[in-house]
Write a protein that binds this ligand. Structure first.
Ligand code: HEC
Ligand code: HEC
Ligand SMILES: [Ca+2]
Ligand SMILES: [Ca+2]
Ligand SMILES: [Ca+2]
Length: 466
């Protein structure tokens, strides 16, 4: 705890230093081009493939050696883990959510909530206890005794899963200005069959697996570029603030800018991948060397040697850094162009920033110095009470989420066979996803509600071209 306190001071100091720099030498960002007629969403990493494999293709600008490394990572991303001892891929569990990366990130794409007769596959639940006081803000979520920070709903033989989740939806109908009725479903979760009682005051955050392509590019965006879009106190008065998350960086032993996950709660892809092995599969690495089941009364602590080596961690990280971004389609279609104008008019581009330039990502030249069209600012935004999970994650409040990139969103149906969007997959199509926007995006939602059907169709056609 003491250790943590000194870290707070450190962060304070860092932010004071940062704001001091801000005042003296403001970072100049070139004006954002609101329109992007480019098909090259991922710069030179773009691939022209709109098939069901669109998210699984290596960046075309990899060197031969880099491609080999990527393909090694591909094998590991698909590797199915089993209970130790085993010759191949041992170390699963004892408690876990799934047996391979690809099982959740199906075709390197996005997961979804289970249908009525399915168990959980690619949706997981983060858990924590409320912070005792304000001094906990900015800290990692407080683990729940006996459960940690994630509900592990599966277990190896002789171990009990932590519990199951029952999902029920409440429907509400919204009528847009032109008389179109849209049915929105709101999820309610009940935890059942828990191996020991869950405390009543737990905080719960449902999260579906996001797509994993283009992530090296997002890691390569210079920190100062992201911070230049932040406007925490809404100085320019457009109702949109945008706030960086600062999260614990295990490798550098300090707080760093958060970039990955629905609340930007991971600083780097290396740490994101190691956390996935640990939290989602029960597999230890040099970054997280203690099993996720540690401290549970039902389970003994397990082996001290990492179950996945640094080499494997490295190639899997490289794999998610170097998956190509699919090219845009139909950019010259008049309806798509109309939709793009409406996207700007509805202030969508204030958060879903169309164009950014990457810097240098060490060891990954293919994603370095690229002009990209990710449609994200990588910042947290208050999205209102209806999307809130009420579970703070470092500096992200219970109602703040990181703007997700929209590139490739029009191909989710073809790749993953569904159109479930948002952090919990509640939206069943793009219009529903937009109509759930609230908080800082309330004005955007209202503009879309006021649109004619022709306009809303154009906006969707634009999103589907991404
Ligand atoms: C049980 C399902 C599940 C498994 C297994 C899983 N993931 Fe994930 N993954 C998720 C979820 C859910 C998130 C979002 C996490 C969050 O918001 O905190 C995520 C996030 C990610 C991200 C960040 C994506 C982004 O846009 O920010 C990467 C990269 C990733 N996972 C890679 C992996 C790798 C590599 C593995 C295997 C070692 C893996 N995942 C295993 C569900 C899973
Ligand atoms: C204030 C910032 C902000 C504005 C303005 C905004 N969005 Fe979003 N958008 C977000 C955030 C944050 C999420 C993730 C919310 C969640 O998952 O709970 C999101 C999610 C989405 C998604 C689902 C993405 C996914 O991966 O599931 C779509 C589609 C989308 N926005 C489109 C739009 C459109 C179109 C507009 C304009 C009408 C718009 N957004 C305006 C911040 C914003
Ligand atoms: Ca293990
Ligand atoms: Ca757990
Ligand atoms: Ca603002």
């Amino acid at each position: 705890m003491k250790h943590f306190q000194s870290l707070v001071y450190l962060t304070l100091l860092v932010s004071i230093l940062l704001s001091a720099c801000d005042a003296e030498s403001p970072v100049t960002v070139e004006p954002i081009p609101v329109f992007s007629t480019s098909e090259f969403s991922g710069g030179e990493t773009t691939i022209f493939d709109a098939s069901s494999h669109a998210f699984s293709i290596p960046a075309p600008n990899l060197s031969t050696a880099a491609l080999e490394k990527h393909l090694d990572g591909d094998v590991e991303f698909e590797a199915v883990f089993v209970t130790a001892p085993a010759v191949v891929n041992p170390g699963l569990g004892p408690i876990y959510n799934n047996v391979s990366c690809i099982n959740c990130h199906s075709r390197d794409g996005r997961g979804r909530p289970p249908s009525a007769d399915e168990g959980l596959v690619s949706l997981l639940f983060r858990l924590s206890l409320p912070k005792k006081d304000a001094s906990g803000i900015g800290m990692s979520p407080t683990p729940v005794p006996g459960f940690g920070r994630q509900l592990n709903n599966r277990a190896i033989v002789n171990a009990a899963p932590e519990g199951k989740v029952k999902i029920e939806y409440t429907e509400q109908t919204l009528t847009t200005a032109d008389g179109t009725r849209v049915h929105l479903r709101y999820p309610n979760y009940t935890f059942t069959d828990t191996y020991q009682p869950l405390p009543e005051n737990i905080e719960v955050s449902p999260r579906v697996a996001p797509a994993v392509f283009g992530l090296g590019l997002l890691e390569a965006i210079p920190e100062e570029v992201i911070l230049a879009y932040a406007d925490e106190t809404d100085v320019d008065g457009d109702g949109i603030s945008g706030k960086p998350n600062y999260v614990w960086d295990v490798v550098n032993q300090r707080y760093s800018l958060g970039r990955f996950g629905w609340k930007a709660n991971q600083p780097t892809l290396l740490q994101q991948v190691a956390a996935a092995y640990h939290d989602d599969m029960g597999i230890t690495t040099s970054l997280f060397s203690v099993e996720n089941s540690a401290g549970q009364s039902q389970l003994a602590e397990h082996s001290a040697t990492p179950e996945v080596s640094d080499e494997i961690l490295d190639v899997v990280t490289f794999y998610v850094q170097t998956l190509a971004v699919p090219a845009r389609r139909n950019v010259d279609d008049p309806q798509v162009k109309h939709g793009e104008q409406l996207f700007a008019k509805a202030q969508c581009a204030s958060c879903h920033v169309p164009t950014l330039r990457t810097g240098v990502l060490a060891g990954v030249p293919s994603v370095s110095n690229q002009t990209i069209h990710p449609y994200t600012d990588m910042l947290l935004h208050d999205m209102g009470p209806e999307l809130a999970d009420n579970r703070p994650d470092f500096h992200a409040s219970g109602s703040e989420w990181r703007t997700p990139p929209l590139w490739g969103i029009g191909l989710v149906k073809r790749v993953n066979g569904h159109t479930n969007f948002l952090h919990d997959g509640r939206a069943r199509n793009l219009v529903e996803a937009i109509l759930w926007h609230g908080g800082e995006a309330e004005k955007s939602r209202q503009i879309v509600e006021q649109m004619s059907k022709t306009e809303r169709d154009a906006l969707v056609a634009f999103l589907e071209s991404l």
